[in-house]
Design a protein around this ligand. Structure first.
Ligand code: NAD
Length: 353
């Protein structure tokens, strides 16, 4: 099956087949729901544990359920009649969240464990799991110029404590459900995703959104200062949300990738300092930088090696960082304005259970 077939034709999926998407009250699954809806799929069931009023996006005509998917019975209900299941629900956030709340991150294993079993029992044809670059061996990421991570670099395993180990174990569930039970599974290791309708405040936000917000706030208050976590020399790559949802679709419908973890990320590497400069340019301001060496900073360097995705799908995420950031900045600026005006916005404050 080639890229063209996969992207447009969904060879095995009818427009009225039931697609189940979990975590749909959040960033990526919310965008994925809209993507499938806009492609003309008429039966989509989206689920999140958040109350419906707190979902980042609500797509008209889509069945939306508020359920906790760490409970087995809810997963059975979620998967009833499903042809394809996309499991993106997880308790997660940026470095500030995953370094501090490891128990919450580890407990996401309940979601995938129950969801994959429920999908299998419901007779679903395909199951997607959103893994992460945090599953990679952290010892390969100790230098800002470390080589980009290849799929084989997850083993020998030394994943990010908590969050990364949960992803690695859940990947293994997907691989064994295919090997032992014949359930087609797809596993994408996302590298930092950003874009409009993502978390931008409250403790779970990631670097691009956090930096946009800080620049917008500095402009608004006239303080002209910005606090950067770590020394700013740590490097990352950032994937725009439109590339992410397109990649999920292609990976899910490529039989060659059954039960095979694959990078889904941009290979445009930047330091956090360079990211700040880019956002300053977009905001039309120059700020005084202060560095907080005690703040969470994660690994020193991480990039996505896209050799495999280019070879198999003849595609890789390509939205230039500047282009994606301009759209993200504009959206966060509007959110900031809305919040000042007392309107409802996408941001939340995390309280551990
Ligand atoms: P998000 O926090 O915006 O969305 C996750 C959603 O899952 C949230 O709305 C949350 O309420 C929901 N959820 C949590 N526990 C649940 C439960 N028990 N039952 C039902 N819903 C539950 O995060 P996101 O950025 O959209 O991430 C989606 C997936 O992609 C996650 O699995 C995440 O680990 C993975 N991922 C994201 C990134 C990234 O950069 N955003 C990077 C790597 C991997």
């Amino acid at each position: 099956m080639n890229n063209q077939q996969v992207a447009g034709n969904y060879p095995t999926l009818n427009k009225d087949d039931l697609i189940v998407i979990t975590g749909a009250g959040g960033f990526i699954a919310g965008a994925l729901t809209r993507y499938f809806h806009d492609q003309g799929f008429t039966r989509i069931r989206s689920i999140d544990k958040k109350p419906l009023t707190d979902w980042y996006q609500r797509v008209p005509g889509v069945e939306s359920l508020s359920m906790d998917l760490s409970e087995k019975d809810n997963c059975i209900r979620a998967c009833e009649g499903a042809v394809e299941v996309y499991n993106l629900a997880a308790d997660m956030g940026g470095m500030g969240f995953i370094e501090r709340f490891r128990v919450e991150c580890l407990r996401s294993i309940l979601i995938n464990t129950h969801m994959i079993e429920a999908a299998y029992r419901a007779g679903a044809e395909r199951y997607f799991f959103s893994s992460s670059a945090c599953a990679y061996n952290t010892e390969l990421q100790e230098d800002p110029q470390a080589r980009a991570l290849r799929e084989s670099d997850a083993y020998p395993a030394m994943a990010e404590r908590g969050y990364g180990w949960e992803k690695l174990m859940s990947e293994m569930f997907c691989q064994e459900y295919w090997a032992e039970r014949g359930l087609r599974t797809s596993i994408a290791r996302f590298h930092n995703v950003y874009g409009p309708h993502g978390t931008w405040d409250g403790g779970r936000e990631k670097a691009p959104a956090a930096i946009c917000r800080k620049v917008i706030e500095a402009k608004d208050t006239g303080t002209h200062d910005i606090v950067i976590w770590g020394d700013g020399r740590q490097t990352r790559s950032f994937m725009y949300i439109d590339d992410c949802v397109k990649g999920i679709n292609m990976i899910m419908h490529c039989d060659e990738l059954n039960a095979t973890p694959i990078n889904l990320g941009s290979s445009e590497l930047v330091s956090i300092n360079a990211l700040v400069s880019l956002v300053e340019e977009i905001g039309g301001i120059k700020l005084e930088r202060q560095y907080d060496p005690n703040a969470p900073r994660g690994v020193a360097g991480r990039n996505s090696d896209n050799t495999m995705i280019k070879k198999i799908l003849n595609w890789e995420p390509r939205t230039p960082l500047r282009e994606g950031l301009e759209k993200t900045y504009a959206w966060i600026e509007q959110q900031h304005r809305d919040r000042k005006a007392g309107k409802r916005t996408v941001s939340e404050n995390f309280q551990a259970a």
